[in-house]
Ligand binder design. Structure first.
Ligand code: HEC
Length: 120
């Protein structure tokens, strides 16, 4: 039991550390933009990162894959903002995103920041 707990603590510690490093390493050319998203979420008390990460799928799609999907598409910011505020289902997989997590203004700002990421 205690051996299990030690191992568990080590794994949990490593994951926490990886999560801590992840935004800085993964963002590459988007480092400043990724930090801006993170600080906006923090300042507004939003918990999006429970389900989203910068460049890998958690429960929902990564910010960078959202940027890639909609980059250059007319009306994409408004469309994505509507789903951030109002919830989304059936686009990325079978899991839905719950509605009512942001105000429409916060959703618009977030959609702008996410779709503004460098997808090259
Ligand atoms: C409980 C988990 C969860 C939380 C919390 C969450 N999301 Fe999502 N999100 C998802 C899932 C699942 C999807 C995919 C939904 C789909 O397939 O349509 C998604 C999809 C999205 C998309 C893509 C929408 C599109 O138009 O294709 C964006 C952008 C997004 N989320 C942003 C956010 C932001 C910003 C927050 C915080 C305010 C947030 N999410 C919080 C689970 C979550």
């Amino acid at each position: 039991m205690s051996r299990f707990r030690t191992r568990f603590t080590a794994v949990a510690g490593a994951l926490t550390f990886a999560a801590f490093l992840q935004p800085a390493i993964a963002a590459g050319g988007n480092r400043a933009a990724a930090a801006k998203i993170d600080s906006y979420l923090e300042a507004n008390g939003l918990v999006c990162t429970g389900c989203h990460a910068f460049d890998y799928t958690v429960v929902g799609p990564s910010w960078i894959s959202v940027a890639k999907k909609y980059k250059g598409k007319a009306g994409a910011v408004a469309e994505v903002a509507k789903r951030i505020a109002g919830g989304s289902s059936g686009i990325w997989g079978s899991l839905p995103m719950p509605p009512g997590q942001t105000t429409p203004a916060q959703a618009k700002k977030l959609a702008e920041m996410i779709l503004g990421l460098d997808t090259k």
